[in-house]
Design a protein around this ligand. Structure first.
Ligand SMILES: [Mg+2]
Length: 220
């Protein structure tokens, strides 16, 4: 293992990593494309974007065509996304073993944080006591730039006061691996979300695990 010295912190993604993934991203993307389309701007270049980036692109297009209306659009887009996230969260649950794993990491004096593009309300709905286990929990409202922008992870590590080379980033999506690599952490891809080990290895994952709690075996 090429972590330098002891591991000081593990930063986790949330959906698909600590919680079962049940957000319907294609449906969310379609709802946002339809909303942008309703402003009469071209949407063809947007369809393959991640949803938050799609909202940014939609804002720019709408600002060009209907100056001033982009703020109205942003509120509506946030409502569309949050409604889908909250609906998913009400049916959501943690992946088995999550609390036990976090408790064990604490026992081993390893700090834990969470970074997610999801909203705080949805995260707390699924994991009401998350702050007893992880700190910080940086949802999208609390970072200027979300994953895969490295700021999202670097701000968590700054809060934890742990250098990237002493930290792990664990997530189920290639962007979790990308942010870890860009920030300089060791990266672990987990197969509990929608990605395959091929997707995660291609993104540069150092290790692939079936579930996040298997990290205890690595850190043992
Ligand atoms: Mg995820």
């Amino acid at each position: 293992m090429n972590v330098e010295g002891s591991v000081g912190a593990v930063v986790f993604d949330f959906d698909g990593t600590l919680a079962k993934l049940n957000i319907n991203f294609p449906r969310m993307r379609k709802a946002v494309v339809d909303l942008i389309d309703s402003y009469g701007v071209p949407v063809d270049g947007l369809r393959d974007m991640y949803v938050l980036e799609m909202v940014d692109a939609g804002m720019s297009l709408i600002a060009q065509k209907h100056p001033g209306q982009e703020h109205h659009f942003l509120r509506r887009a946030n409502d569309v996304i949050t409604d889908i996230e909250i609906a998913a969260a009400t049916r959501g649950e943690l992946i088995e073993g999550t609390r036990e794993m976090l408790r064990e990491l604490k026992k081993r004096s390893i700090k834990t944080g969470v970074i997610t593009r999801n909203c705080q309300m949805a995260v707390v709905q699924v994991f009401p006591d998350i702050h007893e286990y992880c700190n910080p929990v940086i949802t999208r409202e609390f970072t200027r730039n979300v994953k895969p922008h490295p700021e999202h992870l670097l701000s968590a590590l700054a809060f934890l006061n742990v250098l990237p080379q002493h930290a792990f980033m664990v997530g189920d999506h290639p962007m979790d691996i990308k942010i870890g690599k860009d920030a300089g952490t060791f990266t672990i891809g987990v197969l509990s979300g929608y990605s395959t080990s091929g997707d995660l290895l291609k993104a540069g994952a150092d290790i692939i695990l079936n579930r996040a709690d298997e990290i205890l075996g690595i850190l043992g």
